[in-house]
Design a binder for this molecule. Structure first.
Ligand code: DC
Length: 218
């Protein structure tokens, strides 16, 4: 098991972009656990399988093989790396991520990633459930408005027709769903280093995380 760093926080706090850049700079592997939930949500939603614990869902989840390849993610050999970033997936993913069957299906694959060397993992429960013994834990957060603004700009850049107000409402809904679900809710690990990124540029956040990680790993 390598040196494990976890980065948790609410939707749109910038975790993925920051963790990815820090990982690249320090030459550490990066695990985006949110992408795994998105991959399952995208596939089940497309197949018309509702986000509810029942036989159909159990069978469907069992028939899916999620595979990570470099920065890409595949479900049963379909490359879903781009498709999982749509606004549609933003809206449906929390429903699937709340289900025990879905979470159990991904837990081993997530833990396995630490066996290959040092790792930075980001998500909602990486410091609490996936890697409770992690060497270093971060909690990145920002105001709902700042997070909605970032997500809104990102969606516009991709050519999705959305309204800022809609994105803000959806951020609030996702916060509520991710924090109030029974299984592995979003929680700030007690020992985590907390960073409010509302008025920080992405570069600053990257520099700060990289600096802390390097000092701890030294
Ligand atoms: O970080 P993200 O927006 O890509 O995450 C997508 C969804 O997956 C989010 O609504 C919550 C869920 N998720 C989770 O439940 N547990 C994780 N470790 C990571 C993400």
């Amino acid at each position: 098991m390598g040196f494990v760093i976890t980065v948790d926080g609410p939707a749109g706090a910038g975790k993925s972009s920051v963790a990815k850049r820090v990982a690249k700079r320090l030459g550490i592997r990066y695990l985006d656990t949110g992408a795994m939930y998105r991959a399952i949500a995208y596939t089940l939603d497309k197949k018309g399988v509702a986000p509810a614990e029942n036989g159909e869902l159990t069978r469907s989840v069992a028939s899916l093989v999620v595979r990570l390849e470099g920065q890409g993610i595949f479900v049963n050999d379909e490359n879903v790396t781009e498709s999982i970033r749509s606004y549609r997936v933003d809206r449906v993913v929390s429903g699937y991520a709340a289900l025990k069957t879905v979470r159990n299906a991904l837990l081993n694959l997530q833990r396995e990633q630490a066996e290959y060397g040092d790792l930075i993992a980001d998500g909602r429960d990486t410091g609490t459930v996936v890697f409770p013994e992690a060497d270093l834990k971060f909690f990145l957060t920002a105001s709902p408005e700042a997070r909605a603004e970032r997500r809104y700009k990102e969606l516009l850049r991709k050519g999705e027709a959305v309204l800022y107000k809609e994105v803000l409402t959806q951020i609030h809904e996702r916060d509520r769903a991710d924090s109030n679900r029974e299984v592995a809710p979003l929680r700030e690990p007690v020992e985590a280093i907390r960073l409010d990124t509302s008025s920080m540029a992405e570069d600053e956040v990257v520099n700060e995380l990289a600096f802390i990680i390097q000092s701890r790993m030294a």
